[in-house]
Design a protein around this ligand. Structure first.
Ligand code: ZN
Ligand code: FE
Length: 255
């Protein structure tokens, strides 16, 4: 009934994720960062992918598309807005697209900002979402192709998911994000406790992901534009939510 999920490292700090439905034997890969690490994960789990769900066009998310397609004959789904940059793409999705993965519903959420067409994949019945380079643990993606107000809307959509939603991200950036978060939200005790846990995990060479929407709402400065203490710290008590978000993003760029 439930989905089985296997997260593994690729390249230096990318995550690969295999999503498996035991009853049907079907497997989806969320992005394809690197062929060798993915093949090792397939070997270890025995889960042969028949589908790639692509979040965005960056090389560290699509590099293994063609090699895996050739090897497994899998189907590649990705955002319509960047289909021309996604190798081997078979089917495109956009805001509100609904997919079925072995009876598991998938809802596509457009989350532009990092790239113009970035999408996130939400499995509402399984309580899990894959946000790649939009929402990170304690962070958000760099704004390469769209400005802060666009990313702000993307973050508000993710913030509206149920708090218990489990979030898988594209990179292990959490420790660096944590150091920055403490400069924005230094009096947040939930954040301080979380940073201590993150430091321990990284010291043990363990991943800090997945996270949850609830945990991010409590500790991720990029989801806390409404918070009075953060606003006071920034001297932006009366600013709009989007301006607070944009200021935090700007400070992170210069951190
Ligand atoms: Zn990226
Ligand atoms: Fe990336």
């Amino acid at each position: 009934m439930g989905l089985q999920i296997d997260q593994f490292m690729c390249r230096s700090d990318n995550f690969g994720v295999l999503v498996h439905d035991e009853a049907s034997g079907r497997t989806a890969l969320i992005d394809a960062p690197e062929e060798t690490s993915i093949l090792a994960a397939i070997e270890r789990t025995g889960w042969k992918p028949d589908l790639i769900l692509t979040t965005h066009h960056h090389a560290d998310h699509v590099e293994a598309n063609l090699a895996l397609k050739e090897r497994f004959g899998l189907k590649i789904i990705g955002p319509k807005a960047e289909a021309d940059k996604i190798p081997g793409i078979d089917e495109t999705v956009s805001e509100g697209s609904r997919l079925d993965f072995a009876g598991h519903r998938i809802e596509v959420i457009e989350t532009p900002g990092h790239t113009a067409g970035h999408v996130s994949y939400h499995f509402p019945d399984d309580g899990v979402a894959f946000t790649a380079d939009t929402l990170f643990a304690l962070g958000c993606g760099r704004l390469f192709e769209r400005p802060a107000p666009v990313m702000f809307v993307s973050m508000t959509k993710l913030a509206a998911l149920p708090a218990a939603t489990v979030i898988y991200c594209g990179h292990e950036y959490t420790l660096a994000n944590a150091r920055f978060a403490l400069t924005i939200d230094p009096t947040n005790s939930a954040l301080k406790e979380r940073v201590a846990k993150i430091e321990k995990l990284r010291a043990d060479d363990k991943p800090t992901l997945p996270t949850t929407i609830g945990e991010e709402l409590a500790t991720n400065p990029f989801m806390r534009w409404h918070d009075p203490a953060i606003r006071k710290n920034l001297g932006m008590e009366t600013a709009s939510d989007v301006d607070v978000f944009a200021e935090i993003r700007k400070r992170k760029d210069n951190f």
